[in-house]
Design a protein around this ligand. Structure first.
Ligand code: CA
Length: 229
C-alpha cells in the first residue's frame, strides 16, 4: 500500500524531530524542512498529502506559505495543518481566511496531533471518493464529468482518449493488452487494428506532457499505467 506523505515545515529542531519520529512510526513518509521557501519547493516536487506548517518561521512566515500554497493551482489541494503558539492568530486561521484545513496550538499533545493528521488524510481520500475524482500530483481526473485537468488547467481530450485514460487509472500497475483496450475502450472487436491503440496512446502521451512517462510500453504485451514509477 502506498504510504501517505506528510511534509513538516518547522524551524525548531526539537519539534521537527518529535514530529518526524512519531509520524514515521505511525506509517507516514515524512519530509522535513526548516523554512518556507524549501517547503514550497518540496511541495511542488513531492505533492504531499498533508503539510504540517509552523506559523512562526524565519524569512517567510507560515501564513505566507499557506497563502502561496492555496493560491497555486497545482498545490491548493494539499491539506494544511497550521501549528501556532500565537493565540491572536488563531482567529485568522480558524476563519480559514488562508485556507488552512486545521490547526493545533503549541505545546500540542503528539497523540492528539496524530489523530488529527489521520482524520484530515482520511477526510481527503473520502472527499476524493465521493466526488469520484482521481488525483495524483498535478493530475486530476473527474470521472463524473469525464474531465481531465493537468496542473489545474482543463485539458481537451477526445472521447476515446478520455476513455483510455479512465481505463488506465482504474487499472493502475496492470499491463493492459491492445486487445483488452480495444474491447474496453472502443467497445467492440476491432481485429487487426491494434495499431489504432498505439496511435491513440501516442496522442494521449503528448497531452500528458511531463507526465507522459506514466504510460509504459510493455514490449509485446501492451501498456501499463504507473503514476508512482
Ligand atoms: Ca517556529
Amino acid at each position: 500500500m502506498k504510504k501517505n506523505k506528510v511534509l513538516v515545515i518547522e524551524d525548531e529542531e526539537d519539534i521537527q524531530n518529535l514530529l518526524l519520529l512519531n509520524l514515521e512510526s505511525a506509517g507516514y513518509k515524512v519530509l522535513v524542512t526548516d523554512n518556507g521557501y524549501d517547503g514550497l519547493n518540496i511541495a511542488r516536487g513531492e505533492f504531499p498529502d498533508l503539510i504540517i506548517l509552523d506559523l512562526m518561521l524565519p524569512h517567510m512566515d507560515g501564513l505566507e506559505v499557506c497563502r502561496r500554497l492555496k493560491s497555486d493551482a497545482k498545490l491548493r489541494n494539499i491539506k494544511v495543518m497550521m501549528v501556532t503558539a500565537k493565540g491572536e492568530e488563531v482567529d485568522r486561521i480558524v476563519g480559514f481566511e488562508l485556507g488552512a484545513d486545521d490547526y493545533v496550538l503549541k505545546p500540542f499533545s503528539i497523540r492528539e496531533l496524530l489523530l488529527r493528521v489521520k482524520a484530515i488524510i482520511r477526510r481527503d481520500s473520502e472527499e476524493a471518493d465521493n466526488k469520484k475524482v482521481w488525483k495524483h500530483e498535478g493530475l486530476e481526473f473527474d470521472f463524473a464529468a469525464m474531465q481531465f485537468r493537468l496542473d489545474g488547467k482543463n485539458i481537451s481530450l477526445t472521447a476515446t482518449e478520455l476513455k483510455l485514460l479512465a481505463e488506465f487509472i482504474q487499472n493502475q500497475g496492470k499491463v493492459l493488452s491492445r486487445e483488452y483496450l480495444l474491447n474496453n475502450v472502443w467497445g467492440y472487436e476491432f481485429e487487426g487494428y491494434s495499431r489504432t491503440v498505439d496511435t491513440h496512446i501516442r496522442r494521449l502521451r503528448v497531452k500528458l506532457g511531463k507526465y507522459s512517462d506514466m504510460i509504459h510500453t510493455s514490449r509485446g504485451l501492451g501498456y501499463k499505467f504507473e503514476p508512482d514509477a
